[in-house]
Design a protein around this ligand. Sequence first.
Ligand SMILES: Nc1ncnc2c1ncn2[C@@H]1O[C@H](COP(=O)(O)OP(=O)(O)OP(=O)(O)O)[C@@H](O)[C@H]1O
Ligand SMILES: [Mg+2]
Length: 491
Amino acid sequence: MIHLTNIHKQHGSQILFSGASLQILPGVRTGLVGPNGAGKSTIFRIITGEESVDDGTISCGKKTVIGYFSQDVGEMAGRSALAETMSAVFQVVKLGEEIAKMETAMAVPMDDDSLTALLERYGDAQEEFEHRGGYDLETRAQTMLTGLGIGPDDYHRPVESFSGGWKMRIALAKILVINPEVLLLDEPTNHLDMESILWLETWLKDEFKGAVLMTSHDRIFMNSIVSRTTEVANQNITTYSGDYDFYLKEREIRRQQLLASHRRQQEMLAKEEDFIARFAARVSHAAQVQSRIKKLEKIERIQLPPEQKTIHFEFNEPPRSGDNVIGLDNLSKTWVPEDGQAKEVFSGISGMIRRQEKIAVVGVNGAGKSTFLKVLAGQVEPTTGTASLGAGVEVGYFSQHSMDILHGGLSVFETVQNVLPTANIGTIRNLCAAFLFQGDDADKKVNLLSGGEKSRLVLATLLARPLNLLILDEPTNHLDMQSREILLQAL
Ligand SMILES: Nc1ncnc2c1ncn2[C@@H]1O[C@H](COP(=O)(O)OP(=O)(O)OP(=O)(O)O)[C@@H](O)[C@H]1O
Ligand SMILES: [Mg+2]
């Protein structure tokens, strides 16, 4: 259905793909995996035509309808959540409006010929409308929104009143409503809570009949949906015929085999070279030596893939804080949105967070976890009560939306420098390198970074300072498996 063949793509000196190929087949669900910055999102953008390739071909059936959910949400405003969700199928919506207009027109008396012509057009329009699922469009849109945690009470709220994370859900609902033949999903679970993830999983498995190409760092989700796994790494694309766990096992097997053949080849080469060296000076063996040299030149050397680079860092020794880290006294928060409907998120919270405690904040969709953490981090004023920091507490706050406060125009280096104004250039370069922005990468502008690279940068700016209280809101979203492991160990 969609074929990328022998593609080559390069940004400056960074080669993303060289001679890579990928196929999307009807109804097949494929997971797209690989380290941060390998080029997964780039593949999506190549398929949708947002980015071009330097070489190679891309073929896609003309009529193939593609739905693309990207890692960044575009701007949305001026519509209700429901209208926004339906707007994706705008031709169908427009058709519906035309049908309504024709119905009004029919109520007005007219001559027979005009009426016949109108009826004919009306019939055609109705048929197409039905064919495209126009009659249940609204119901479908409602199902998607509700499944993703936006219930009937919120259908008619203006989109701009939703927070970034919730806008992402509307964007996702919008794409599901299209019911495309090919669904491209870039990290769809990042903005969802458990219930919505389960809903999406069931929907993709039971309702959706098209092809899926999807990235996700959620292994369980991935395993339950995909039947093929495509890895993007080392400038290449490799497809494995199984789910994520199969891929991990199979990749290890292939790696071992490659190591073994590499070792055998090295031994063979060493022997040959040894022979050549020994007999090179003997005239009697000249022909033999020459032919062996020729043979050696022709042998294609087995290349071992480079080890995946991982971030490495150690926390700075932070100053010791008092034993009482945050005292909570009758804390409450009520959001008053512009349309007036006040919403109490939590109230009556009192207690003490003590030094060296590690606390998990859990709760369903919209329970107020992020709001609570924002109040603790001093990002948001509580409605009543206080959250008071103890003596010597140095707070660091990370949220998935911390990425939004990065300045797109600054480079990686400048971003780090801004939080460590007194550090010297060498220290900042080292810190950048520890978070895998090596050499030229540190001079990259932030708006060019991949999702995971942005998270990494935010973590770098956060963890560089000597902190003794970390408030982390979903810190692992967008990070690849290895980076997650390392963050976990460091914590
Ligand atoms: N216009 C550009 N100029 C220079 N480099 C770019 C540009 N666009 C993307 N890149 C780089 O290309 C690489 C691949 O980016 P891409 O977004 O495809 O990665 P990804 O595999 O989706 O990563 P992640 O898992 O973090 O989402 C990144 O290193 C990114 O910084
Ligand atoms: Mg990406």
